[in-house]
Write a protein that binds this ligand. Structure first.
Ligand code: G1P
Ligand code: ZN
Length: 543
């Protein structure tokens, strides 16, 4: 096998976003695009000579070809070994676990998460550090810097690695170990939860539907739920991963998991419904007749985590991204534990988890996880819910009602305006930023602004500062609106508007969220001029 050094030059637009580099698949497939980025990752982390890496992805279109390129490049760059999921498959949480379990020098995860897959859809690649978590900004900055000065990359010429067969082979000097993607992850789950209690729950006739959305969680959910825990065959639907996710959006929310929502709201609904996204790190939780928002799910899991053996001793602390609702804050207050507010993106939880300051973390975007790995983990959240349901023998609706009665309810919704022209979206944010000092004490309908600022985060562990992390406007009523631009899109800009209001009157806790939030929604438009700047009269996605 011959090692080639290929001359190249920097390609624009290789700046990692909220979670690695996301682009249209065809862009990734373009000349030198993937190779430049992979070499820049290697250069940005100080080379990979004698290093060991985990490599795997969510199975979307171009996953397998890209992995072959990564392996050839790792070998040509002197890596000692790559541990690869069979057929190139690893869910994001399973990859995070494998990095930690094997003590590797990190890993490369191929996914565009919940974005659609296919040659005309999206692709992504990110580097995770040896703690198993997405690279922090310091590292992604170095990778980005490397993309701007790259002039050559190293790659091996020769046959593809056989990723279908378990076991070890060699690619030149480098060892390629193909592992079953599910085994280690499933074993980890068994150490965290009371599997006997969950088995007894299913044996008692408890019915569940898990929608894997044609994505990577299918094999994991089938093995664990139907295999180990005895859920009825057919509990997992859409369980075979496909390169284009069955032509859908593998995004577990009421819009894209509409089938599941319809089933759960229908007359013969099972007791519990759940879904996961393209790469298996997100989750959606639905009870019979009730959708649980991710922010509420985080709060409930924090309040009742001690049901699971792993958390029986209590939580060290909790953390949530800034736009996530404050529901978990009140749980933390009652438990007397710390609650951290971080910028959007799982990478900001890594230090808190490593330092033992937080045990549970969550984001409003259907991400929940704990210190068992350094990524959010869809199936983990589902299993913790099952563990709680097995312990309390209560329905999801009753659990949520009891939770709100105890802690109050944070009405919450996110409105997304997608594919907005980048200039217009930037103009909206610039104007909003300029208006911040004048907002306090201004009235918008029944609401009065109490404070307004742009969120910046000082990491309490390493002292790093991240600025420009979203604009927040608080009202004297306790409600708020947050505005930020997405960092994971591949075309144009997506404006995210996060709306929240607190309700402590039990008589008013069971309203429709959009209705309860109507004054905040109106204020959001008045404050930011959403219609004026975007020309849109309604959001594209309401979750
Ligand atoms: C979105 C979510 C964010 C999540 C990220 C990666 O990022 O909002 O919470 O961490 O995807 O899954 P955004 O597009 O908002 O930058
Ligand atoms: Zn994801």
């Amino acid at each position: 096998m011959q090692k080639l050094t290929i001359q190249t030059s920097p390609i624009d637009g290789q700046k990692p976003g909220t979670s690695g580099l996301r682009k249209k698949t065809r862009v990734f497939m373009g000349p030198h695009f993937l190779e430049n980025y992979v070499q820049s990752i290697f250069d940005g982390i100080g080379g990979v000579v004698d290093k060991r890496l985990v490599v795997g992805g969510d199975g979307r279109y171009f996953n397998a070809q890209a992995i072959q390129v990564i392996l050839r490049m790792a070998a040509a760059n002197g890596a000692a070994a790559c541990i690869v999921g069979q057929n190139g498959i690893l869910s994001t949480p399973a990859a995070s676990h494998l990095i930690r379990l094997r003590g590797t020098d990190g890993g490369l995860i191929l996914s565009a998460s919940h974005n659609p897959g296919g040659i005309d859809a999206d692709f992504g690649l990110k580097y995770n550090t040896p703690n198993g978590g997405p690279a922090p900004e310091g590292v992604t900055d170095r990778i980005y810097a490397a993309t701007k000065i790259i002039h050559e990359y190293r790659i091996l010429e020769g046959a593809d690695a056989d990723l279908g067969t378990l076991g070890k082979t060699r690619m030149d000097q480098m060892e390629v170990e193909v592992v079953d993607p599910v085994t280690d992850y499933a074993a980890l789950m068994e150490t965290l939860f009371d599997f006997n209690a969950i088995r007894a729950l299913f044996a008692s006739g408890f019915r569940m539907r898990f929608d894997a959305m044609h994505a990577v969680t299918g094999p994991y959910a089938t093995a664990i739920l139907e295999g180990t825990l005895g859920a009825a065959k057919g509990t997992v639907v859409n369980g075979t991963p496909s390169p284009d996710f069955g032509g859908g959006h593998p995004d577990p929310n009421p819009i894209w998991a509409k089938d599941l929502m319809d089933t759960m709201m229908g007359p013969d609904a099972p007791d519990f419904g759940a879904a996961s996204d393209g790469d298996g790190d997100r989750n959606m939780i639905v009870g019979r007749g009730i959708y649980v928002t991710p922010s509420d799910s985080l709060a409930l899991l924090a309040a009742r985590a001690t049901a699971a053996p792993a958390y029986r001793g209590g939580l060290k602390g909790v953390a949530r991204s800034m736009p996530t609702s404050g529901a978990v804050d009140r749980v933390a207050e009652k438990l007397g534990i710390a609650c951290y507010e971080t910028p959007t993106g799982w990478k900001f939880f890594g230090n808190l988890l490593d330092a033992g300051r937080a045990t549970l973390c969550g984001e409003e975007s259907a991400g929940t996880g704990s210190d068992h790995v350094r990524e959010k983990d869809g199936l983990w959240a589902v299993l913790l819910w099952l563990n709680i349901l097995a312990q309390t023998k209560t329905s999801v609706a009753d659990l949520m009602a009891a939770h709100w009665a105890e802690f109050g309810r944070n009405y919450y919704s996110r409105h997304d305006y997608e594919d907005v022209e980048t200039d217009k979206a930037n103009a909206l944010i610039t104007a909003l930023r300029a208006a911040l000092p004048g907002l306090p004490r201004q009235a918008f309908g029944p609401l009065t602004v109490s404070s307004a600022d742009e969120f910046a985060y000082d990491d309490p562990v390493d002292g790093s500062r991240s600025e420009g992390q979203g604009i927040r406007v608080n009202f004297t009523s306790g409600g708020r609106v947050v505005f930020r631009l997405s960092g994971t899109g591949t075309v144009g800009a997506t404006l995210r508007v996060y709306l929240e209001d607190v309700e402590t009157d039990p008589a008013r806790m069971h309203r429709d969220a959009q209705e309860a939030l109507a004054p905040i929604i109106a204020a959001a438009d008045a404050i930011a001029g959403i219609r004026k700047y975007t020309g849109r009269t309604a959001p594209d996605v309401i979750s």
